[in-house]
Every structure is written in C-alpha cells, then in structure tokens.
Design a protein around this ligand. Structure first.
Ligand code: G3P
Ligand code: CA
Length: 263
C-alpha cells in the first residue's frame, strides 16, 4: 500500500499501439507500427483477416473498402490481389492534418512480414477477427508464431470470440489469451463470468466507455489483467489508471507515454 507503490504501478501499465499509432498514420501498415514503437508503445496491436489463399493479413474490417482503394471481402481476394491495393491514401483524405505523401501506396502487410520486420522479441497483441468465417485461422496463427519463434512470454492473443480463444488454448495452452468484451451500457461482470474466463484467459479487454471503478477492481482482485480499448483522451487515461487498469489500447501511444511519465 501507500503512495510509493501506487506510483510504481503506473510504470507497468501496458501501452498498446492500437492498429499501430493509428491516430497519426494509416492503421495496420508497417509505418503505423513503426511509429507506435517510436512513441513508446509496448505492444503492436494487430487485427487478423485471412485471404482466399489462406494468408493472414493485418486488417480490421472483413472488407477492404474503408482502408484501401479496393472493394469487397478479404476472403475473396488472393494475397497477390491484396498486395495491389493502396492502404495509405484513404488516411490522407480522411485526416488531412496528419497527411503525408509517404503514405500513398502503402501495402497491406502480412503477419509474416510483420514478424520478419519487427522480430521475435517484439511484443505482439494479436486479434483473431471473424474467426467464424476463417476456419483454421488459429492453427495458421500458431504455425507462424512458432515459425518465427515469437516470444510467448510476452505474446498476447485476443478475440471477442470465446470459441476462437478456446481453440487457441487447446492447440497451445502456453499462449496467453485476452477475452475482448463489448458493453452497450454500464459494464458489469458476474463471479461466474470471471471464473469462466479464467479457465482459458489471463485477462479481459472491455470497451472503456461504460467501465466503472467497481468493475475494474473486481476483475483485478480476481487476478485478471484488464486492458480497455480504445482510449485516446489524456484525462480518461488518468482515470482508468487510478481505477487500476493494467494496460490500455490507444491510437495515440505518445499521449499514454506522457501520462505514465507524469504519474
Ligand atoms: O482489440 C481491442 C480493440 O481493438 C477491439 O475493437 O474493433 O478496434 O478491433 P476493434
Ligand atoms: Ca483489435
């Protein structure tokens, strides 16, 4: 207890670069991940989708429409076709204040390219997106984690799908898992829900909007990590840290870094 330990606690808050430093650069590009590292993000957050030919790529949406100049579903594209798309220009149009000519023509990265560029000792926070439309994605993810000898001490795999996390857990119980949660009104979690999640996961990732101190403390006191998403406001970061969160996702890792330094 006491002030000193409360102060120490803030240094351990995981700073997760959400889709990279996606407030400043086009999400899920190598440039965005690199910027996240420079801004003191501890983890690179990666959303996974799978191509027609079974390649894992970094993209948030099931469709390429929002973040590239293409249209349609990722699952209907081969990797070669995905590679033709421009994953940067949309950002310059949407966020002129952060536009950069270097973003024009950026490629959609594969998970393999990310692992090769950032290396086995980097810290990855990987989400299986839409696992129901990509059977086998967990197995392919584990194959690449092992192929590139990614450090499993720090690796975190996240999903909204408990089924996807259960598959991961069965295939490789040594991979640490985070159950994502989404609340549409005041967040609450029962003892039964906590116990069920603890069977396979080391923590939860709820949306921050409807969180409260009671929720955060219940989760933490049960020995689970709690990493809310997506926190882009300094005052909100400070409040969540005071409530006891153990990390958070942010599009602006430099802001969380400043908050942590100031504590
Ligand atoms: O993975 C944490 C957070 O990113 C979940 O929401 O939709 O941004 O992937 P989403
Ligand atoms: Ca995500």
């Amino acid at each position: 207890g006491g002030m000193a330990s409360a102060k120490e606690k803030h240094k351990d808050i995981l700073n997760v670069s959400h889709r990279g430093a996606s407030g400043y650069a086009p999400e899920h590009t190598l440039v965005s991940y690199e910027m996240g590292e420079k801004m003191h993000g501890d983890y690179i957050e990666i959303d996974l989708q799978m191509t027609k030919d079974g390649q894992l790529i970094a993209m948030h949406d099931e469709k390429v429409d929002r973040t590239t100049d293409g249209t349609g579903f990722v699952k209907d594209y081969t990797l070669a076709e995905i590679k033709q798309l421009d994953a940067g220009s949309w950002f310059n149009e949407k966020y002129p204040q952060y536009a950069n000519p270097d973003y024009v023509g950026l490629e959609v990265p594969t998970l393999e390219e990310i692992f090769r560029k950032f290396g086995k000792n980097n810290q990855y926070y990987i989400e299986t997106k839409s696992p129901d439309i990509y059977p086998g994605m967990e197995k392919e993810l584990l194959r690449l984690i092992d192929k590139y000898r990614i450090d499993k001490e720090t690796l975190l795999v996240q999903s909204f799908s408990p089924q996807s996390l259960e598959i991961m857990h069965k295939l490789d119980p040594s991979v640490k898992l985070i159950q994502l949660l989404s609340y549409k009104t005041n967040a609450a979690i029962t003892d039964e829900e906590v116990a069920a999640i603890k069977e396979y996961a080391i923590g939860v990732g709820p949306n921050h909007t409807y969180l409260n101190k009671e929720y955060v403390q219940k989760v933490v006191n049960n020995g689970l990590e709690i990493h809310p998403y997506t926190v882009n406001d300094i005052e909100r970061m400070k409040l969540l840290i005071d409530w006891g969160v153990t990390g958070m996702f942010t599009n602006f890792p430099n802001l969380l870094h400043e908050v942590k330094k100031g504590k």
